[in-house]
Design a protein around this ligand. Structure first.
Ligand code: SF4
Ligand code: SF4
Length: 375
């Protein structure tokens, strides 16, 4: 085991291999507040990558309703229970990671789902948590809540799938940090399926190998955002590259959201993988639930997000989500215009900070008719 730096934990931790960060790390920010669970992302991925034999049950991208939705069943709560207490001291994680809690003779604390655990991807859909007394749902604010959690592989800095593979079949590309399974080397031992806490590696019984989200790397290589990003109806997603906190650049949109404004947070950082999909937490969900899911930065992140309407830089960057099929590694705001830029400063996208509002009157005097679509 090597000692590596995990900035999400605010400390060093043990990992199977020495720290070897890629030249740049593929990353994403998902704004949970905007997801409508239309599953367009799920189908965009499904029809692109997993329509083959043995892949029927696979959803490399899935969207589940929290707190009762899971794919596969109980993927997170089961592991959190196995891991035991997860304590933070300020921004420093004081508990054990999955690598530090691995049983003797194993590399990662994990569990392998049964086939049936994948059989109900929509379980818990739209089921509320919280108090729903008779009539309480009509009170404002009401107590019941749920939210949609869109998930892909996190292309972790310290992947548990990679650490667990006895064949060395899983690798992290040095050029972009995307984590892939070498189909020629894999023998289907399924150690990765057991080790990935997010359950984003899948065994294909037809080929006898494990498969996973590839971050649409053929598109990334062409400067394009992945399928689940460009098809997202809610425009909740932004793809790019994340730096370490020390190297963060405010003109990198992912760095700005993750490191500068700290409004986007990793999913279950306490597990120790340094996942690279970051979430803007939902504003209506009880803090204790969000803190066990996204770590101790939730409260500050929500304060920042709630104030975005009076924060032209943050509001401006949020308007770039879902606006371009191209990856925009740089950005800037110029007055009332927000620009998505290429690495060399070339303009890729231009959006207004605020969309103009057009008020239509109920009576169209030019045509002498009453409009029917005006409230
Ligand atoms: S989310 Fe799972 S499959 Fe993806 S890199 Fe991390 S450990 Fe591997
Ligand atoms: S396409 Fe976008 S809005 Fe629809 S479910 Fe997926 S992430 Fe949510």
């Amino acid at each position: 085991m090597a000692l590596v730096r995990n900035w999400q934990l605010g400390r060093e931790m043990s990992y199977w291999y020495p720290e070897a960060r890629p030249q740049r790390q593929f990353a994403a920010v998902f704004d949970i507040n905007k997801c409508i669970a239309c599953q367009t992302c799920t189908l965009a991925c499904k029809t692109t990558w997993t329509s083959g034999k043995g892949q029927e049950y696979m959803l490399w991208n899935n969207v589940e309703s929290k707190p009762y939705g899971f794919y596969p069943l109980a993927w997170d709560v089961k592991l959190l229970d196995m891991l035991g207490a997860q304590r933070w001291q300020g921004s420093r994680y004081a508990g054990r990671t999955l690598f530090e809690a691995a049983p003797a003779g194993e590399r990662v604390l994990g569990w392998r789902p049964e086939d049936l655990d994948y059989a109900h991807p929509n379980i818990g859909e739209d089921d509320c948590a919280g108090r729903i007394d008779a009539g309480a749902a009509l009170a404002v604010p009401h107590f019941a809540w749920f939210f949609y959690l869109a998930r892909i592989c996190n292309h972790c800095t310290y992947p548990a799938c990679l650490a667990s593979c006895p064949r060395g079949s899983i690798y992290k590309r040095p050029e972009d940090g995307i984590v892939l399974v070498d189909q020629g080397r894999c023998r289907g031992y399924r150690e990765c399926v057991k080790a990935c806490p997010y359950k984003k590696v899948f065994y294909n019984p037809s080929t006898g190998t494990s498969e996973k989200c590839i971050a649409c790397y053929p598109k990334i290589e062409q400067g394009e955002q992945p399928q689940c990003f460009v098809n997202c109806i809610g425009k909740i997603r932004l793809a790019g590259f994340v730096s370490t906190p020390e190297q963060a650049r405010p003109d990198n949109p992912i760095d700005y959201l993750v490191h500068v404004r700290k409004v986007a947070l990793p999913l279950y950082p306490q597990l120790g993988l340094e996942p690279n999909v970051y979430y803007i937490p939902p504003v209506h969900v009880p803090l204790p639930y969000l803190e066990q899911m996204f770590g101790p930065g939730v409260s500050a992140a929500l304060d920042t997000y709630r104030a975005a309407a009076d924060d032209p830089d943050l509001a401006g960057l949020l308007t770039l989500f879902g606006c371009s099929h191209e990856v925009m590694p740089r950005w800037k705001r110029s007055g009332d215009t927000v620009l998505g830029l290429a690495e060399n400063g070339r303009e890729l996208m231009r959006v207004p900070l605020r969309e103009p509002v057009y008020v239509r009157t109920a009576f169209d005097s030019a045509r002498g008719v009453v409009r029917t679509n005006v409230p």
